[in-house]
Design a protein around this ligand. Structure first.
Ligand code: SAH
Ligand code: SF4
Ligand code: F3S
Length: 468
């Protein structure tokens, strides 16, 4: 198919999780095929898409205030004789499509996460009248998007990147009592091995060296091997590590109950798998875990962590916590505080519980806001202290860093350590895109500092060296 010259411009604004970041890239690719070039600001765009998040009330409310600002922009453009299409995508679109249409007449198009393959047609239809598309058709979506992505990013004028996301699994069957994801993203669906390998190979050809596999429950991914056998994420990681150019792999986010033996073994045996794991626990209290429908106890979680750490000593653990889940007592909360120290998290996200429409916990008796605020502050202090201890423990250690960009100060370059923390060193910007050994010399609250050691790791030399 011949791609039309990009004559129209699209601006995509992304909220929420990494899956949305990935989806926005795929939407941009799909729209590129329909002749839309991406732009960084909404002012010059013909099409503006908000890729939204519904996980907490604040996230969802942001969307309506942003639509208000865009409405003013749309009116100004109309006065200049220019028409602007406004679309809402993502999880708010899925959860509140009809309400958006009612509350926000400036919105022309609502498109849920499982309908992005229809985006070019939907945008065209939105030019003739308002459109809502919120069906679930995940398998079709990926097939259609894979067929559509005709042009490499370089041809779109995108800046080169060395680390990228790749969604391998979407949706969730777990139904934690607080969470909207099973409703906004639908049931668990895994993409087939061949499609994932093809996409990772494309990324490698683009220069990407580190791939992070994404899924709402990425470790629940299942596929079929060449022998017809059932494959889990552990085996998939081994397959992806064979792709020339892919030097580093990560995956996120995982559910504690889906950490199977093969995946834990991959942490032991696969060098390309980085020693970092995001494994949310949500609460340290067995009573609250049961009320949350997490289907594991505190001891199960700690046991899983012991097994992972035995497989990969020094692995950095990240977590998620909710404070003030309905019924949480001071004693329950103390169990959450305690588990932070027991695990020794390298980082963790923590949130005040936010009641979400349609979820079971929204109907339970709520913890008062000031109590939640107090607990959140205490939990965050514990998490920060744990993170500081982890970072301090890296000082003096060697680390291989994939350099991705220049730093804020001249002469500085920034990359990621194997443990995912940013590392800043003084170095030549020509090193960007390479993996270099660094000695960690100091630790800040959120990042590490280091000095370059000699040598380059990995099968791929620098572009400049390859040419010499
Ligand atoms: N699939 C992932 C998490 C997806 S949502 C998992 O199971 O771990 C990301 C995080 O948002 C969750 O881990 C949880 O900590 C938080 N979260 C989800 N629903 C929430 C709610 N109603 N209120 C506050 N935080 C919430
Ligand atoms: Fe939400 Fe629980 Fe599913 Fe994670 S596992 S996406 S928290 S329902
Ligand atoms: Fe938000 Fe949807 Fe991700 S609700 S966290 S954007 S899956």
């Amino acid at each position: 198919m011949k791609t039309p010259d990009p004559t129209r411009k699209v601006h995509i604004r992304t909220y929420g999780c990494q899956m949305n970041v990935y989806d926005s890239e795929r939407m941009a690719d799909a729209l590129a095929v329909a002749g839309y070039a991406p732009v960084d600001s909404p002012e010059s765009a013909d099409l503006i898409l908000l890729n939204t998040c519904h996980i907490r009330e604040k996230a969802a409310e942001k969307v309506y205030s942003e639509i208000g600002r865009l409405r003013a922009l749309k009116i100004r453009a109309a006065a200049e004789g220019r028409s602007v299409t406004i679309g809402v995508a993502g999880c708010v679109a899925q959860a509140e499509g009809d309400e958006i249409m009612r509350r926000a007449p400036a919105v022309d198009l609502v498109v849920g996460p499982q309908s992005y393959q229809r985006l070019p047609d939907l945008v065209a239809a939105a030019g003739r009248g308002r459109v809502v598309a919120t069906d679930f058709a995940v398998a079709e979506k990926f097939d259609a998007l894979d067929r559509m992505t005709a042009r490499p990013r370089a041809a779109l004028g995108a800046t080169p990147r060395y680390a990228a996301f790749l969604t391998v699994q979407e949706g969730c069957d777990k139904f934690c009592a607080f969470c909207v994801v099973p409703y906004t993203r639908g049931a668990e669906v895994s993409r087939p091995v061949a499609a994932i390998v093809a996409e990772a190979t494309r990324l490698a050809a683009e220069g990407v060296r580190e791939v992070t596999l994404l899924g709402q429950n990425v470790n629940a991914w299942r596929g079929e091997g060449p022998d017809g056998n059932d494959l889990g994420l552990g085996r998939l990681l081994f397959r992806l590590a064979e792709i020339p150019g892919i030097d580093r792999l990560r995956y996120t986010t995982s559910h504690p109950n889906d950490m199977d033996d093969a995946l834990i073994a991959a942490h032991r045996d696969l060098d390309a798998l980085m020693p970092y794991l995001h494994l949310p626990v949500q609460s340290g209290s067995d009573r609250i875990l049961a009320a949350m429908n997490r289907r594991h106890r505190r001891a199960d979680y700690l046991h899983t962590i012991d097994r992972i750490r035995a497989a990969r000593p020094g692995l950095a653990l990240a977590g998620d916590f909710i404070v003030g889940f309905p019924g949480e007592t001071e004693e329950d909360f103390a169990d959450s505080l305690r588990i932070v120290d027991e695990v020794g998290y390298a980082s963790a996200f923590s949130f005040k519980y936010s009641p979400r429409p349609g979820t079971p916990a929204a109907a339970m008796e709520q913890v008062p806001e000031p109590v939640m605020a107090g607990r959140l502050a205490r939990l965050q202090a514990a998490i920060n202290a744990s993170q500081a201890r982890f970072n301090a423990s890296r000082v003096g250690e060697p680390a291989e860093v994939l350099f991705e960009r220049t730093g804020r100060h001249p002469g500085q370059i920034v990359g990621r350590s194997p443990w995912l923390s940013p590392v800043q060193v003084d170095g030549d910007p020509a090193l960007i895109g390479s993996i270099r050994p660094v000695t960690i010399t100091a630790a800040g609250p959120n990042s590490l500092f280091g000095t370059l050691a000699g040598g380059v790791r990995g099968p791929r030399p620098l572009m400049a060296e390859a040419a010499a």
